[in-house]
Design a protein around this ligand. Structure first.
Ligand code: KE4
Length: 428
């Protein structure tokens, strides 16, 4: 059992001053029950709770920690940069370095604008798509999460799913009337939407590998289909690669699946753990942004030198090569280990994984979309989550989240995780 005394005292205090005691809902453990633990240090693939327990971490601060926590090159980059100031609000050289790194890595990105979160990146990309096409409607897919911007918080994934209020309070119907929500992996639904709205759809925004309702993959040909139908209709294809960017390959899902989206959104890894987002694409689209064009978009801390320094250190380390092959192997090992554990315990489990992203659904059925994911046994997931936590393994605290493996995880860590899963599953 992990000890809790200090975390419980901190949480009690947090509840007095922070809504739900957390600064982001998914951290509150509402999907799994119990109280969150507090962490004030982490190293490699482990986090250390304030009560001194070390846990193998498969959340990785929701994606940024692909090199593991407190990577020395990231720490040094932030320390060295901070010594000269933390923000200027004036262009700084690191912004140019970051822009060149993203453009060199993501095949479809010729120009890029930095933001301070993935939400900002997706919100801005949608505005840009509408400004560029002079159209209003946007297609998203249920279970996909693109941050908490009003017009996209409709049947979203991640925490919005957990709370059972997929359409958030405070979002006027008028703000989502131009948002069309379709099932993921359903070609006919997309064809019907375009047929019903000819020449009116500004774009499709999609997580190429949805990681906010657990993890499910595009069916063969699906992403190619989205690219074709948007091109035919004059709409834009927006890949939300906040999670998959620099995760599934150096060039993200667009490189892994060989798709050229019109716009791409990034976050997480490109900030090395500091607040960041970005969106980019062809120059003819990006140059519609202020100060060149009529689409306004801004941010006091966009391109912040500390976030740039941390992100550049992350990306340059990933560019060194070797990381993605290692992550593929670890992902395969974990998927096999979890599946074997479930089989031995005679527990129905579908493990979806793509590179270093994974999710185990407690169902015997395949999971290709949100409707499939909703069939998973969430009560069993809750027990599994807490059982694994007590074995020293921290999984994402919701059935509707993806797990993340880092290059700091070793085959021995994966083996230990699979052994813990085998033990816990026998008790489910
Ligand atoms: P942020 O605004 O949280 O930086 O990014 C929003 C976002 C956009 N697009 C995708 C594909 C995302 O996964 C996210 C954020 N991911 C969640 C994890 N499911 C962040 C965790 C949280 O909300 O605390």
């Amino acid at each position: 059992m992990i000890s809790r005394a200090k975390s419980e005292a901190l949480f009690a205090e947090a509840l007095n001053h922070i809504p739900g005691g957390v600064n982001s809902p998914v951290r509150a453990f509402r999907a799994v029950g119990g109280q969150p633990f507090f962490v004030n240090k982490a190293k490699g693939c482990r986090v250390t709770t304030v009560d001194g327990d070390e846990l193998i971490d498969y959340v990785g601060t929701w994606g940024p920690a692909i090199l593991g926590h407190a990577h020395p090159k990231i720490i040094k980059a932030v320390q060295d940069t901070a010594a000269h100031g933390t923000s200027f609000g004036i262009p700084n050289p690191l912004e140019v370095t970051m822009a060149k790194l993203i453009c060199a890595s993501a095949p479809s990105v010729h120009k890029v604008r930095m933001t301070n979160s993935g939400t900002e990146a997706c919100m801005s990309a949608i505005r840009l798509a509408r400004g560029f096409t002079k159209r209003e409607k946007i297609i998203k897919f249920d279970g996909c999460y693109h941050g908490h911007t009003d017009s996209l918080l409709v049947r979203a994934g991640s925490g919005a799913l957990t709370f059972g209020n997929p359409d958030s309070a405070g979002v006027p119907a008028a703000f989502t009337q131009h948002t069309i929500v379709l099932p993921y992996n359903d070609v006919d639904a997309v064809k019907a939407a375009f047929a019903a709205n000819p020449g009116q759809i500004a774009g499709i925004i999609v997580e190429p590998v949805p990681g906010n309702a657990g993890l499910y993959l595009p069916k063969p040909g699906y992403l190619e289909f989205l690219s074709q139908i948007t091109t035919q209709d004059g709409a834009l294809l927006i890949f939300d690669e906040v999670m998959t960017g620099f995760r599934l390959a150096l060039g993200g899902a667009q490189q892994r699946f060989g798709i050229t989206p019109d716009l791409s959104c990034f976050g997480k890894i490109i900030g090395g753990g500091l607040p960041v987002g970005a969106f980019g694409g062809r120059a003819e689209i990006m140059d519609c942004l202020a100060p060149l064009g009529p689409v306004y978009q801004a941010g006091t801390l966009s391109g912040n030198p500390l976030a740039m320094a941390a992100g550049i250190a992350n990306l340059e380390e990933l560019q060194m090569g070797g990381a993605y092959g290692q992550l593929e192997e670890l992902g395969q090992q974990l998927a096999e280990g979890m599946s074997s554990a479930a089989k031995a315990a005679n527990i129905p489990l579908t493990v979806n994984h793509c590179g270093s992203m994974f999710c185990g659904y407690f169902t015997s059925e395949p999971v290709w979309n949100l409707a499939d994911a909703m069939k998973a046994d969430r009560e069993r997931f809750k027990k599994f989550f807490h059982g694994m936590l007590n074995e020293g393994v921290y999984l994402a605290p919701s059935q509707f989240e993806s797990g993340f493996i880092s290059v700091a995880h070793t085959p021995a860590d994966i083996e230990a995780t699979a052994s813990a899963a085998a033990k816990v599953m026998k008790s489910l």
